[in-house]
Design a protein. Sequence first.
Length: 450
Amino acid sequence: MTDLVLVLGALAAAAAGLWAWRRYHPVSFWYGVAFPARAVLVYLTWHHVASGCKLTRNRRRFRLTLDAIPVMGPASRSAATVVEHKRRVRRIDVERSPRLGLLRPTRLGWRMRLRLHDGQVPADYEKAAEGIAHAWRVHAVRVVDVRPGYVTLWATMRDPLIDVVTTPETGDLLTVRPGKLENGRDWVIDFRTVPHWLNAGATQSGKSNLANAIIKALAPQPVALVGFDLKGGVEFTPYAPRLSALATTRKESVDLLSDLVGEVEARMAVCRAHGARNVWTLPEHLQPVPVVVLVDEVAELFLMADKSEKDEVTRTATALLRVAQLGRAFAVHLIVCGQRIGSDLGPGVTALRAQLSGRVCHRVNDPETANMTLGDLDPAALDAARAIPAETPGVCVVAGQDGSWHRARSVYVPEHSAEQAARDHAHLTPDWDALISSVPTVGPDWPEAA
Ligand SMILES: Nc1ncnc2c1ncn2[C@@H]1O[C@H](COP(=O)(O)OP(=O)(O)OP(=O)(O)O)[C@@H](O)[C@H]1O
Ligand SMILES: [Mg+2]
């Protein structure tokens, strides 16, 4: 009796200890207890799971068997038989699962490498990923790395996009970290790698929050910020202290866009004179201030109330397209936000969209918008965008120009926080007239110029 009480007491103490470990130090609990237990489960169930998800293959094998063959006894006509054992080679089918490599723990789950069977392609595993996730009761399983003959699957125990906290900005020029990717890494937007971005999504899906995050991150950097806000300026006017120029009417937009085209052409002339292909290969003292142009609700730029506006709309569309086409080499970058960016807005829009190689698709109400934003990518990216629920604003599918895509979420940046950043760094705002009147060099106020 006392022994039983002692055993029960020890079990209760161990359970309480594990609970406290998990509660107060989840990271070490995961690596020390939960992951090893998971790994055992994964190895034990892999064959069964692979078979259920149709990832196994039948392999033909030849096996030597010892068969008992009844033979009639030679001296007897009776029913008595003699059993003779004969060796035979038999052909049998064996179900083989893809070979599973070593499981490597990550902060939110684990990675595992699989060897493809002959004839299998990574898409087979993408199709099976949801089934595997359900079988192992994890949040998601994704194909994250493909090498010839191998795929790496990444399993996550819970959605990393529920609470998004980013690492501090590094301050690298034209690089911002507006949120987190689903793989737990920082979402990095580097305008020097992907120069222009399309930021699409339904109303209240998180487009302006992403713009806020970008403005807040760029405010301390030596860049000129320019805004187009035809919703009467309500979105961007609070950031005016850090904006070098802001257009809130169509007339202002036409003028500002013609300034931008002129600026791009001037930079192009300087590059030509110095035999440089882009501004980054110019001598350092000639490198101009990068310009980041934010357009909120791009449809407003293209909408026509009556025919009298047609000329202005055409000029706007042409100028915006020129900035997009030429700006990439001359440090003029675009972030175009909108609910729908389709050909229904006019002929120039499709060409503009093609120039915006960085894509962010927030929650959408209609499949066409997801199609317009991500249509030229993997169909799985479209499915992921269409599955974003309304209760998680800021969650989006991000795709760069290399075709890879990720689920991501911007960090929540309330307006007042971005406004504060704009005020705090107002002294870094380049003067627009000075910027366009001469091809600017890095100014004396920038820390880098010192
Ligand atoms: N990353 C995020 N994390 C948490 N909440 C967010 C995030 N992004 C947006 N939200 C919430 O969603 C609300 C709507 O976001 P936002 O204003 O960015 O949407 P929008 O797409 O710009 O909408 P609209 O088209 O109406 O301008 C915000 O007020 C904020 O409360
Ligand atoms: Mg908005």
